[in-house]
Ligand binder design. Structure first.
Ligand code: BGP
Length: 461
């Protein structure tokens, strides 16, 4: 066949705890910021549906894992809910949570599906947000303790670990652009949050390496958005470079290379926005780089030089330095409003090969959100040919990257079954399996059958 992938390629899908578990008041789980935000501002959530209303993986994990097996998954990403494992974020470990995650992990292994476990997916325990969240450096120590607890409890069976999913998103959402709690607009605080996230990450990597988990790999999952300039003119290129520094390299460089881009530090220093740094931090970051990078890719960023200069008295924002730009003729996922540009996945991989010592990586999220997907149901099944095309076209570019020597090891779709997604709740459906939200019944979409075939054949024509 034309698109042959390696025999040990990881085929699967990705989820996160808050988006699938449900059982928010069960099993001794503490509250996280999403429970709280929904309590105080339900109108921010699409159709006012909150995080307690999910596909109920907490009770249905056996059925879900059986579906993954049946539809060709050899790997699956989930996250641990910090506030379930350690309610309040620090102190006693919740034994009911230990037992739940043990059952899930054992069931996956029994079905020969490798668990990929992430420690933090946007779900800060409420008590820790109340003492400042990632702005408070003490929280990085509490996170390190949480990570250590998880490694010790599950590291005998879980070999692929991730410290964070898309750590730039809580920075953007919570401290710059108003779509995550605590929805503050303050770049100085945003950069402190970003910086402490890297410190927390490095501390977790350090403890992981110290524990010496047999065959264990530690990584981070980043949403990389290639930043394409409108033109080759220097002002457009500089705008794209700065967007890349803020939104990609602020995490990619320290996590993979062990240091921040000097251009980024210079820029922040020039505007008086460097975060507070402690003496040994540089060594901590340098000595604790990752083994494996998860790449979430949905869409690129198109950038042009700023047309209207910002008000120098207004608050400092990353977009002082660039304007987003809608490329004429771009193709859109009209059901979600995001650009579709499959080659972005290849450009990311080539960049990792050439500038990030060809680190082992995989696509940890890629997918197509669709509003009102019920309209595509025929005879009880979602006919998601658009999703099949989307996945296939991205896989073709990933295949090309592998042919050219990139160390891309797998592909996980976002997501397994349709899930609750932050403020968008159930607006955009992404899953291989649709979920009837009343009865919780799962139904494989057409794409699930297609994916089973390609994972069994390790590729397609
Ligand atoms: C990614 C997140 C996921 C999920 C996905 C889809 O950025 O890691 O948690 O939310 O985006 O997002 P949405 O439902 O807003 O389309």
């Amino acid at each position: 066949q034309q698109y042959q992938f390696p025999k040990d390629f990881w085929w699967g899908s990705a989820t996160s705890a808050t988006q699938i578990e449900g059982a928010a008041d069960e099993g001794g789980r503490g509250k996280n910021i999403w429970d709280y935000w929904y309590e105080i501002e339900p109108e921010r959530f699409y159709n006012q549906v909150g995080p307690e209303y999910t596909s109920d993986f907490y009770h249905r994990y056996q059925e879900d894992i059986a579906l993954m097996k049946e539809y060709g998954h050899n790997s699956f990403r989930l996250s641990i809910s910090w506030s379930r494992l350690i309610p309040g974020g620090t102190g006693e470990v919740n034994q009911e949570a230990v037992s739940f995650y043990n059952h899930v992990i054992d069931e996956l292994i029994k079905q020969e599906i490798e668990p990929f476990v992430n420690l933090f997916h946007f779900d800060m325990p409420l008590e820790l947000q109340e003492i400042g969240g990632w702005e408070n450096r003490d929280v990085t120590d509490m996170y390190q303790q949480y990570a250590k607890t998880a490694f010790e409890l599950f590291g005998d069976r879980v070999k692929k670990w991730f410290t964070f999913n898309e750590p730039i998103v809580p920075v953007e959402g919570g401290y710059l652009y108003n779509f995550h709690y605590p929805n503050i607009v303050d770049a100085k605080r945003a950069f402190q949050v970003a910086y402490h996230t890297i410190i927390a990450h490095a501390k977790a990597v350090k403890v992981f390496k110290k524990l010496g988990i047999k065959d264990g790999k530690i990584g981070i999952i980043l949403n990389l958005t290639p930043s394409y300039p409108r033109s080759e003119n220097p002002a457009d290129k500089r705008a794209a470079h700065i967007a890349d520094l803020f939104f990609n390299r602020s995490f990619l460089d320290p996590a993979v290379l062990g240091y921040y881009p000097q251009d980024l530090l210079d820029l922040l220093a020039e505007y008086g926005h460097l975060p507070e740094i402690e003496g040994d931090d540089a060594a901590l970051i340098r000595e604790n780089t990752i083994d494996l990078l998860g790449v979430n890719y949905y869409q690129p960023r198109r950038v042009k030089a700023k047309e209207h200069l910002p008000n120098p008295h207004g608050p400092f924002m990353p977009d002082w330095f660039f304007d987003n730009y809608e490329m004429p003729g771009r193709r859109m996922n009209e059901y979600r409003g995001w650009e579709i540009y499959e080659k972005g996945i290849y450009d990311i991989m080539i960049n990792l090969r050439d500038n990030y010592h060809n680190i082992d990586s995989f696509i940890s999220e890629n997918g197509m959100g669709v509003q009102n997907e019920e309209r595509f149901i025929v005879d009880g099944q979602v006919q998601d040919d658009y999703r099949i095309t989307f996945i296939r076209d991205h896989l073709k570019w990933l295949h090309q990257a592998i042919e050219e020597g990139c160390h891309a090891k797998g592909y996980h779709l976002w997501t397994t079954m349709d899930n609750w997604s932050w403020a968008n709740a159930y607006k955009n459906r992404y899953g291989f399996f649709s979920v009837n939200l009343e009865t919780k019944e799962r139904t494989p979409k057409k794409s699930a059958y297609w994916f089973k075939r390609i994972s069994e054949r390790h590729g397609f024509d």
